[in-house]
Design a protein around this ligand. Sequence first.
Ligand SMILES: Cc1cc2nc3c(=O)[nH]c(=O)nc-3n(C[C@H](O)[C@H](O)[C@H](O)COP(=O)(O)O)c2cc1C
Length: 169
Amino acid sequence: MEAIKTRRSIRKFRETPVPENLLKEVLNAARLAPSADNAQPWKIIVVRDEQMKQKVTQACNGQKFLVQAPIVLVVCGIPEDAFQTVGGYMSSHVIDASIALDHVTLAAHSLGLGTCWVAWFKEEKVKDILGIPEDVRVVALSPLGYPDESPERPSRKNLEELIAYDKYE
Ligand SMILES: Cc1cc2nc3c(=O)[nH]c(=O)nc-3n(C[C@H](O)[C@H](O)[C@H](O)COP(=O)(O)O)c2cc1C
């Protein structure tokens, strides 16, 4: 609950590198995420090369905080490995990859690291830069590094707006 309550999206990072053992711990948190039928239809690309980070940042409409972080994580979903009929109508790859990234954001925060979901990107460009196969989808990206800001807590809707009991209303 502490990590859930205090995590913020971080868009300013220190230059300090992320120690390898912490990176592994964060990635392992993703590995432990649940997925439909336990299919684990996702892959995370860890981008650390400066030039690659710059290119990826361009493909994310120039959101500069990405290149400033020591690491950029690119979270991919693999439709052909996914459970195909969530609710009878959809593939689970976006859900499963998203849960993995959510684990990453919370684990990172608990270890003193910052992240920020990034979904404003051009998929074709990200795929070209990183050699991601045609049939694999880019779901989201996130910088990973030591925070250099402590943002205020953004507002949230009240529980009454978000939760219904016994029937939708
Ligand atoms: C699916 C998704 C996509 C997002 N895309 C971006 C993005 O492209 N750029 C950005 O700066 N923040 C992005 N965010 C971060 C949100 O703006 C942020 O989570 C929200 O304002 C709440 O703030 P908090 O994460 O600090 O609680 C995204 C968040 C989610 C969940």
